[in-house]
Write a protein that binds this ligand. Sequence first.
Ligand code: CP
Length: 335
Amino acid sequence: MTARAATAPPPPPGARPRHPQLNAEGKLTHLLTLEGLPAEAIEGILDAAEPFVSIGEREVKKVPLLRGKTIFNLFFESSTRTRTTFEIAAKRLSADVVNLNIGVSSTSKGETLLDTIDNLCAMNADVFVVRHGQSGAPHLIARHLVATGRHHVHVINAGDGRHAHPSQGLLDLYTIRHYKRDFRALSVVIVGDVLHSRVARSLIHGLTTLGAPDVRVVGPATLLPPFVESLGVRPFHDMRAGLDGCDVVVMLRLQSERMRGALLPSSGEYFKHYGLTAEKLARAKPDAIVMHPGPMNRGVEIDSPVADGERSVILPQVTFGIAVRMAVMSTIAGN
Ligand code: CP
């Protein structure tokens, strides 16, 4: 034990342990997960995103908030929306953006992830945006940065394994708030492959933290996590019953790349029971919105007339994603 640790005062009785994403002042310094993040921190990012939506509608879409900062996009898994919207967001904040080509980077030559991070820090990186197939990889990087005294370098989890996708969770929350205003009166239904979905996990944590009273998950038993009720949601296997009277429907893709063994008879059978059609959507409220994080598989989890219909907000989700990611980056770099 160090002398400093020996003389450090004990935490006051009842004190809550500090969240690993928060710095010594209690401010958000990394975005790793929405689990356990206080409602004020989530609401702060949603509020910060509002003006960035208007900036996106201007002719000149740039603001100088991150001028001089260097942001590295490290995507070890494929991405269309997340990687691109983080890049656009960083450029709109006037940062310099480097997209590392993982396929030809040193990790493919045997370099460890943390050695790659050390080398990029030697190039004066300010922010790492990380997508990785391994749950916990962004946490590992954040811990390494703290352990090596690089408190000024930030990590944003852009999706790790089946664990978390917090910026997607935030943009989903922003979209729901935009169309429905108050979380405290909402029924939100998440349909599909919840078991393998980091998107579902992050959204569930965000919704329950912001006080949504009725969050349901719908899917076959093979695609719902065991003890899913412990997350504060109600499970349904019958999609029509699960959709009854809801305000928001969130459809999920079947994550076949993360499935081991046959969890489903066929995609046709899946569509029959869990694909969102106009007939099934009629069980939701008449003004219910339809969301999907993408990529979308038409004819598997969603029918084209619904995906392209007037209740679909799937493309606005993408647009809001830029503003929300601008809010995330400016918030953590500002802290
Ligand atoms: N929603 C999402 O993560 O999409 P991408 O895989 O295209 O980034």
